[in-house]
Ligand binder design. Structure first.
Ligand code: FUL
Length: 494
């Protein structure tokens, strides 16, 4: 890293270390009826994540494993009538799964303990429709334990996917009975395996007009989690992590972690969403127009789930359709680079192994990330101000406060640099605030815009045409309150 050539100057409007006292609202804020919009917006800027949500956001890359009876029947949604005798992986090796995912840069693994077909990957006492009735290890296996142990030994976090929709359970549709059954399953999973970091409640339910109508008792499920795994984050039909609304790997260019969209499955929150006409898939979940109408806001950050293959489960016919490296890197920019966490699904095959093609692709993906983000060019040289480097660095707890807008931050290099990735981070421990920014480079003596965006949040990446310049400036055009910028990076992609 060159340390001698560049200078770093802050131009224009005041950028000072924050020292005012403020009122932060952890996870949610409610408005009084007559709260004016400007006050609401200021309060929105001070909704902050819980420590668990913050830790989760920092993971950036997480993995999904869809594995179960569908793996053996070539289906995506089993109907619950499949015989457990079909489940018979011959070379199952959970260490190979977790090591492969780790080699792909993943920091957590979420396993489908039970998908919609109701087949349980652990020896549950709640039903005989489980691996205990399968030929795998003569019915003595416990796949949840194997994956958890592999995660522990390789240092990855561990999560559980548990489908509320269950097409095998006899009691499904008899609401109190099934709720009790589901609570028992949840209790087993949250007590038998040590620490669980994420619980993923799928929102899908394919019951048609003549199907069984099951009312899920979300509050009682959450109470169990609160009691047994208070540090876990709960996703999708949970109140900590939001489904981004697509399964394509692409988030929103404007992605607010503070949403008017209310989290989870509680009835009172569903009503809020009905009133505001919002679903996870709505284009806008957090604009000022929406804040104006809202009575409450939530820290409810986005998770982007997508499969490395066309389906969620392994199908041999898809071996030639594993996503390419450019597809994965594009997904990276559109998920991690858009203020979300990527949840990449990698389904093991019938042998019980992650297929060689997928494993290779994951390695390539990690190698590309490592090579592309190896050197933060913005760090070249010393900043004039003692704090400048820390701001660019983003690893410290320091940040800059830009208090009026537009506010500019200029980086001057004494020799030409080349980059095509721009990274900007907000200090989200104090909220998400920036609404618009631009990035310019001085090219042939004039400032030219090379990138722009709306929200930043935890991390915003822009993948742009390569730029050669000696000067870069970032302008925060609009922010809901003081903009707290905790990191700036310029990189050349591999
Ligand atoms: C959806 C399910 O229906 C899919 O099978 C898959 O599990 C995906 C992650 O969530 O809702």
């Amino acid at each position: 890293m060159r340390k001698t050539f560049s200078t770093f100057t802050i131009i224009g409007v005041i950028i000072i270390l924050s020292c005012t006292t403020q009122t932060y609202h952890e996870k949610m804020v409610e408005f009084k009826l007559d709260t004016p919009l400007n006050k609401k917006v200021m309060m929105a800027a001070q909704v902050v994540p819980t420590s668990q949500q913050l830790e989760w956001q920092k993971l950036e890359l997480t993995a999904f494993i869809h594995f179960g009876i569908n793996t053996f029947t070539e289906q995506e949604w089993g109907d619950g009538t499949e015989s457990p005798s079909l489940f018979n992986p011959t070379q199952l090796n959970a260490i190979q799964w977790v090591q492969t995912l780790k080699d792909g840069g993943m920091r957590m693994v979420i396993l489908t303990a039970k998908h919609h077909d109701g087949f349980c990957l652990w020896p549950t006492k709640t039903t005989s429709h489980s691996i205990a009735a399968s030929p795998w290890l003569n019915g003595a296996g416990d796949l949840v334990r194997e994956v958890k142990n592999a995660c522990d030994s390789l240092g990855l976090k561990f999560g559980i996917y548990l489908s509320p929709w269950d097409r095998n359970a006899q009691s499904y549709g008899d609401s109190p009975k099934y709720n009790e059954f589901f609570r028992q399953q949840l209790t087993e999973l949250l007590t038998w395996y040590g620490k669980v970091d994420e619980i993923w409640f799928d929102g899908a339910c394919g019951e048609g007009p003549n199907g069984k109508k099951q009312e899920y008792d979300w509050e009682s499920y959450y109470a169990i989690i609160e009691k047994l795994q208070p540090n876990a984050v709960v996703a999708i039909k949970g109140e900590d992590i939001r489904w981004v609304g697509t399964e394509t790997g692409y988030g929103r260019p404007t992605e607010w972690s503070v949403t008017a969209f209310a989290p989870g499955g509680k009835l009172k929150y569903q009503k809020i969403n009905e009133q505001l006409g919002l679903t996870e898939m709505s284009a806008d979940l957090g604009s000022q127009q929406l804040i104006e109408k809202a009575n409450a806001l939530f820290w409810y950050p986005a998770e982007v789930d997508v499969s490395i293959r066309p389906g969620w489960f392994y199908h041999q016919k898809d071996d030639n359709q594993v996503k390419s490296l450019p597809e994965l890197t594009d997904i990276y920019f559109n998920s991690v680079g858009m203020n979300a966490v990527l949840l990449l699904n990698v389904p093991p095959d019938k042998r019980g192994l992650i297929h060689e093609i997928d494993a290779l692709r994951l390695k390539e993906f990690k190698a590309w990330i490592d090579a592309s983000f190896k050197e933060n060019i913005a760090l070249c040289g010393r900043s004039k101000e003692s704090y400048g480097q820390k701001t660019i660095d983003g690893n410290s707890e320091n940040y800059w406060t830009a208090s009026s807008f537009p506010s500019q931050l200029e980086i001057t290099f004494n020799e030409e640099v080349l980059f095509d990735i721009i990274e900007i981070k907000e200090f989200i421990q104090k909220g998400q605030r920036v609404e618009a920014f631009t990035v310019e480079a001085e090219i042939d003596g004039t400032w030219q815009e090379v990138g722009s965006g709306t929200t930043i949040g935890y991390k915003r990446l822009l993948y742009i045409k390569p730029v050669r310049t000696e000067k870069v400036r970032i302008t925060i055009l609009k922010s809901r309150y003081d903009a707290l910028i905790s990191g700036i990076g310029l990189y050349k992609s591999a």
